[in-house]
Structure formats: C-alpha cells, structure tokens
Design a binder for this molecule. Sequence first.
Ligand SMILES: NC(=O)c1ccc[n+]([C@@H]2O[C@H](COP(=O)([O-])OP(=O)(O)OC[C@H]3O[C@@H](n4cnc5c(N)ncnc54)[C@H](OP(=O)(O)O)[C@@H]3O)[C@@H](O)[C@H]2O)c1
Length: 372
Amino acid sequence: MPEVPETMRAVLLTGHGDLDVYAFEHHWPVPKPGPGEVLIKVHACGLNNTDVNTRPAWYSKSVSSGTTGRQSSEAHQADATWGGAAIQFPRIQGADVCGTVVAAHDDSGSDLLGRRVLVDTWLRNWDQPMDLDQCGYFGSECDGGFAEYTIADARAVHAINSSLSHAELATFATSYITAENMLNRAQVGSGDMVLIPGASGGVGSALVQLARRRGASTVALCGEQKSAAVAALGADAVLPRNPGDLRTELKHAIGRDTVTVVADVVGGDHWPQLIDALARGGRYTCAGAIAGALVHFDLRTFYLRDLVFIGATIVPPGVFADLVDYIERGEIKPLLAETYPLAELVKAQQAFMAKRHVGNIVAMVDHEVSTA
Ligand SMILES: NC(=O)c1ccc[n+]([C@@H]2O[C@H](COP(=O)([O-])OP(=O)(O)OC[C@H]3O[C@@H](n4cnc5c(N)ncnc54)[C@H](OP(=O)(O)O)[C@@H]3O)[C@@H](O)[C@H]2O)c1
C-alpha cells in the first residue's frame, strides 16, 4: 500500500454564502479511519446539487425561490441542510467518490485494500440499516470527496470492476441511486410511459436510462440544444423544456396525451401541466425542485383522477449494489460532460450551475500538480 501522508489538499466549505465561502487548503489533516472504516485515496468526485443547495442554505424552509446557487437573505442556518438541520463547518463536500482503498482500521475493510471503489452516498446506522430516519449524506453530515483522502464505513464502500475511467465512474452515484429509487418507489415497469422533466441533467439522464433498462418507455423534456444528446440515451420522444400545451405535444409525439408516470426533479411554474398529463391512476414521483419548490396544486386533479404522489429521497440499502451491477454489466453508460482539477472546484461549480452541459461535471483529485 502507498504511504499515506499526514496532510492533503482539500476544498473546505467554510460557511453559508456565495462561492467565496470555499477555501482551497494545501495542508489539511488526512482523516484517520475509525472502527469499521477504510481510508480512500480519492481519484475523482462528481458535483451535485446537494452541495450547491447546502452552500447558500437553499433547503431552509424560509427560501421560496428555485435553485440559484446564490445566497438568499431569507435563508435560515438552523434548517440549512437536506435533512432540515444545521451543518457543521468547515465541511468537505462531495458525495460522488471514485477512489482506491489505501488503509483499513480493522478486518472489516481488509478485503477492499487496493481495490477501486465507489461509495454509497447514504450514511446509515448499520445496526438498523432499514431505519431511514437514521441516515445522513456523504459530504453533508460527514466530510466527503473534494479532498485527496476520505473515510467511509466499509459496508458503504463497493469495489467495482470496470473499464470506465475514474471520472466516468464519478458521474453515477447520487444521480443514479436517486433515479433508481424514484423508479422503484413508483413501481415503474414495462408498460409504463414515464415523463421526465430535466432529462439532460444528472438525475434526469439517469431516469431515461434506468426506466428504459426496466422496459418502460420515456418522454424526455429538456433544453432544445440538448435534445440530440438526450435522444441518444434512448428516450422514445424528446420535447422542449417548456413545451407550450404539454398534452397536445404528447399527442403528437407518442399518439396519446397522457403518461402513466411523471418522474420529476424540476417542479416550478410548469408543474401543473406535468400533473395534468397524468392518466387516471397515474403516479407522480419527485426527488427535486430545481426550478422552484412552491407549486400551484389543484387538488381536484389529484383526487378526481385517482393520482398517487410519491416522494423519494433516502435510498434503502441494496440499491447502490444494484447500481454497481448495472455499471459492471454495461447496462448504463456514463455521461461525463467536463472535468476540472480539484483546485478549480469553484469554476467547476459555476459551469455546473450554468446548466449548459448534459450529464455531470467531475472534479479530478489526483491528476494535478500541487501548487503548494
Ligand atoms: N432527493 C434527493 O436525494 C436528490 C438527489 C439528487 C438530486 N436531487 C435534486 O434534484 C434536482 C435535479 O438534480 P440533478 O442533479 O439532476 O440536476 P442537474 O444535473 O443540474 O439537472 C437539472 C436539469 O433541470 C433542467 N431545468 C429545468 N428547469 C430548470 C431551472 N429553472 N433551473 C435549472 N435547471 C432547470 C435543466 O435541464 P434543461 O436545461 O435541459 O431543461 C437541468 O439540466 C436538484 O434540485 C437536486 O437538488 C435530489
């Protein structure tokens, strides 16, 4: 095993605010694994909206706008995280780690030594792993992967055999387990027609691939300049992000004006049209609200059409192992838009927030020259 240094390069979130709350440290202490934990040398770490949302405290119930990545004067620190609590600073964010295990505290992680791994993004009480009330998020309730080393419970660390690059492997974790959990909870299967807003994004593109993987058909909504890339993922139809009259557009595209499932991470002003496109008994599953969390909800559509609403956030154990299997079998493909060196995490997050990309953006941790 390579020698582990005492200090490392790391990006710290030092408080809530705009991008200047990130600090790049050259000599931050390398964490020491505790009982049951392993030390991972991070190769690459994907970006995601949990980091963007937490930085300006967007999760606070006091904020009413969609995700902007800018600090809001409304935001309260007391409920600033996804789980409705305060965050401890400094915090190393970054949930989507691809790395190699270089040390284990004890036998529980010894079979992982030297293996390339992905990390389940959900922290669990491993005595009661099905208790979803006792969960945290990697890079939120503990330090994550925007650093040269990170630690994780060995039971959350999955060895992977794949010819994909470190950066490609770092595109999957958050988006794909979120998408798979949405589809599991809505019991999506062959025979379903799934409408997917935000289909060019991390979760949306995962939904297109994972719904298709289980035999469902998909209609994707995305920015028009991204529609060719989304169609290439296997969407049966691709419509513009704001399609005017959605039901009319659906009729043109798929021959009927309703779908059986809406799998949504966008919300916002167009939300009533999504709900109105659900057939009787249709299911609405939601894991995000990037365009706005407060929506206009006509209860009559809900009850008169016998709709089912399903929230989806905490992913039960087992789904991450399924994801690793899908990757190893080549059933889903990575959508790597861009990479940035760790030292340029702020630039990477600016590009991530600009939303000109399809798929995900990744910070490269071990392919850069230290400027220290
Ligand atoms: N509950 C969970 O555990 C969980 C997990 C992951 C993500 N999420 C949430 O799900 C949401 C999407 O995540 P993601 O990783 O898929 O995001 P992403 O990669 O940033 O993609 C979001 C996509 O939404 C579309 N969009 C439509 N209206 C938008 C607007 N007003 N502002 C920005 N984008 C808009 C954009 O595509 P077009 O330009 O093509 O329309 C964009 O590519 C976020 O709110 C995130 O916090 C939740």
